[in-house]
Design a protein around this ligand. Sequence first.
Ligand SMILES: Nc1ncnc2c1ncn2[C@@H]1O[C@H](COP(=O)(O)OP(=O)(O)OP(=O)(O)O)[C@@H](O)[C@H]1O
Ligand SMILES: [Mg+2]
Length: 293
Amino acid sequence: MSNPTSNNTNASGDVLLSARNLSVRFGGVLAVNDVSFDVKRGEVFTLIGPNGAGKTTVFNLISRIYTPTTGSIEYFGRNQSCILTDQAPHSVAGLGIARTFQNIELFEHASVLQNLLIGRHTHKRTGFWAEAFFTTSVRQAEIESREKIEQVIDLLDLQHYRDTLVAGLPYGVRKVVELARALCTEPELLLLDEPSSGLNVEETEDMAFWIGDIQQELGITVLMVEHDMTLVSKVSDRVLAMAQGEELASGTPREVQTDPGVIEAYLGTVDDVSGLRRQASDTAAATATGAQP
Ligand SMILES: Nc1ncnc2c1ncn2[C@@H]1O[C@H](COP(=O)(O)OP(=O)(O)OP(=O)(O)O)[C@@H](O)[C@H]1O
Ligand SMILES: [Mg+2]
């Protein structure tokens, strides 16, 4: 791997990914403007912000789909540290980074199991000749792969759908299959772009539960983009709010949700919001007394 830094530690030792002064320009649009943040090992770190804030663009920088106009991302992985923004896109999965997409990306005409087997591809360590002669090491690797896939199927309750074609699955189940495929790569860092979008309340509760398991039982660090603030509050250790490509606020979910700049970005001006709150309490009081608000 090119551009490795000295080893897999950093000054504080607990940072897995460090983004510094990231900017991305698409023609006249400054999609991300001087954004910096650290993701700590073992935490759930969430990016929130209104539509067009630049959240997915940050994910695309980490997955190396885009290259920043300025700034860089450092990654302090289990096996190696590197300047992520200097790496080739195809090497990102091998570094231990997996992701799901805002719009699900699965092989529609393959079964759930086949999609998960493709997820294991990054773990293939056996060479062409070993594969051709199906040597003991190839057999062993195949057994380990199957075991890992079965663990993920059990974790996410997908037993019932193992042999079903993805094209025939309800949307909520496809979201879970995409999560399963990412987990099959045994990532150190999991990027989830809007894991609850399109899910109903019950499915979103399941998703929160699984994200908790992924963090606590599998020890995977999660970087998430999410709009559902109930889910964000439930699972996130820290949150970064963005708007129009810029950082607005960061801190605990509660600190960020009550930040006046964040409220303004979501709902209009702070005055508008307090006006709305006043109106709501006036209406409630009027209803209670039977008067016209
Ligand atoms: N490839 C691209 N070419 C041109 N403009 C782009 C490209 N990708 C993103 N943008 C623009 O960059 C801005 C940020 O987009 P991005 O998709 O990162 O927002 P987002 O925060 O993920 O929004 P949403 O919540 O709607 O998913 C938008 O104005 C978008 O139109
Ligand atoms: Mg997005």
